[in-house]
Design a protein around this ligand. Structure first.
Ligand code: S3P
Length: 429
């Protein structure tokens, strides 16, 4: 699908954000492991969360899905069904990596497959620790999916320090750890999103500035009874659009603002963005806030390596914001972006350059030469089948000097099925 995005005079209105993809996928996977019934509301009809539901169904969970409400009766740890067919993880790295942990722990043999994008994403990072825990893997060359997984050896609990700041890797090992008599400990030198530990209620300790998270069979896995908050990663597109398009005023009534997720808001504010937390609901495990963004002039920013995990999914759209800042911005320590649904460093550089923005690409980041008040060149962009590239290109195109086109625009539906209609209703021209 090709979408045309015309320049906008401003964006005004209120956006009902899609529910958080990371939390939704976890709620489905964790509900499988809990023997009790789970009730999840505000479950999104987006590609990756739907994939998570079909996978847990295949593994024996009883799932009913009514509108945005999902009921899951899990199998518990010990009755997961051996899947007769390969388990299709679609576009979702989270589903594949977290499931590999569960299957290792449970000793359930399975083949995990994914789409063309997922089939290019590195799995060696999970295969290494999960092999130490007893799993045997067969994969395509270089540790790429499809993954055949089985465990004939006894389960082994481990102590594991994350070699890359990845919440998916952390979660994969902790989920396998839930099956061991002895505790498995994951050491996290740089904090990553903490949804797994908060949703499962795992113990987190601090050892010399490092988070240490523990899981074992002794841990009771709670049923998942939750209302999924709005996705901060979706909110980030509107925070940037509302900032860079003059005359904008956007309200996001229910954005998840988990502190391990919203560094992009702090970075944008540091650049001079006018983002207000109008109302704050800190009560639940996952804090939610009403945000309002109005256009502002931006100064350049440096994004530091330790901020990267906390802003990892927002970096493409932050790069777009940087193109409109008054000077040179830098992103460093972001090599992980090369292993996402596309090589996002390369993809976002191509989007910026097509718009006439000067960019230098580095192995682990970008240098972006911004100009305030500019119009970018209208261009034809390719999403590379990556939802966040499709949406970042669209936001940049709002500041085009004519109509831009986004090819493979349907990719947005992996996390944000209503993105294009929300864009149409917010933009005035
Ligand atoms: C995710 C973690 C991040 C993020 C991805 C979702 C998760 O990946 O980029 O979109 O749900 O745990 P890594 O943990 O591999 O960096």
């Amino acid at each position: 699908m090709r979408k045309t995005v015309a320049p906008a005079e401003g964006l005004k209105g209120t956006v009902a954000l899609p529910a958080d993809k990371s939390i939704a996928q976890r709620s489905a996977l964790f509900a499988l492991l809990s023997p009790g019934p789970s009730r999840i509301t505000n479950y999104p009809a987006a590609g990756d969360p739907l994939t998570a539901l079909s996978c847990v169904r295949q593994l024996g969970a009883d799932v009913t899905h009514n509108g945005n409400e999902v009921h899951v009766t899990g199998t518990g740890r010990d009755d997961i069904r051996i899947p007769a067919e390969p388990v299709d993880c679609g576009n979702s790295g989270t589903v594949m990596r977290l499931l590999a942990g569960i299957l290792t722990g449970a000793g359930i043999p399975a083949r995990l497959v994914g789409d063309a994008s997922l089939s290019r994403r590195p799995m060696k990072r999970i295969m290494d620790p999960l092999s130490r825990m007893g799993a045997d893997f067969r994969s395509a060359d270089g540790g790429l999916p499809p993954l055949d997984i089985r465990r004939e050896k006894p389960f082994q609990s481990i102590r594991f320090q994350l070699p890359v700041a990845s919440a998916q890797l952390k979660s994969s090992v902790l989920l396998a750890g839930l099956f061991g008599k002895e505790p498995t400990r994951v050491l996290e030198p740089v904090a990553t999103r903490n949804h797994t530990e908060t949703m499962l209620g795992l113990a987190v300790e601090r050892e010399k500035e490092i988070n240490v998270i523990t899981s074992s069979r002794r841990h009771v896995i709670p049923p998942q009874n939750l209302d999924i908050p709005g996705d901060f990663s979706a909110a980030a597109f509107w925070l940037v659009a509302g900032t860079i398009v003059p005359g904008s005023d956007i309200v996001l009534p229910a954005a998840g603002v988990n502190p391990t997720r919203c560094a992009a808001m702090h970075i944008l504010r540091r650049m001079g963005a006018d983002i207000a937390i109008v109302e704050d609901h800190q009560g639940g495990k996952e804090p939610v806030a009403r945000l309002r963004v109005q256009s502002a002039r931006l100064t350049p920013a440096e994004i530091h390596p330790q901020e990267i995990p906390n802003a990892i999914d927002e970096l493409p759209v932050l790069a777009v914001a940087m193109a409109f800042a008054d000077g040179v911005s830098r992103i460093t320590g972001a090599r992980e972006l090369r292993y996402k649904e596309s090589d996002r460093l390369d993809a976002i550089q191509a989007v910026l350059e097509a718009g006439g923005v000067r960019v230098e690409g580095h192995e682990d980041g970008l240098t972006i030469y911004g100009k305030p008040g500019r119009r970018v060149r209208a261009a034809r962009h390719d999403s590379r089948h990556d939802h966040r590239i499709a949406m970042a290109a669209a936001i940049q195109s709002l500041m085009g000097d004519g109509d831009s086109e986004i090819d493979n625009a349907e990719a947005a539906s992996v996390s944000y099925p209503d993105f294009w209609s929300h864009l149409d209703s917010l933009a005035y021209r």
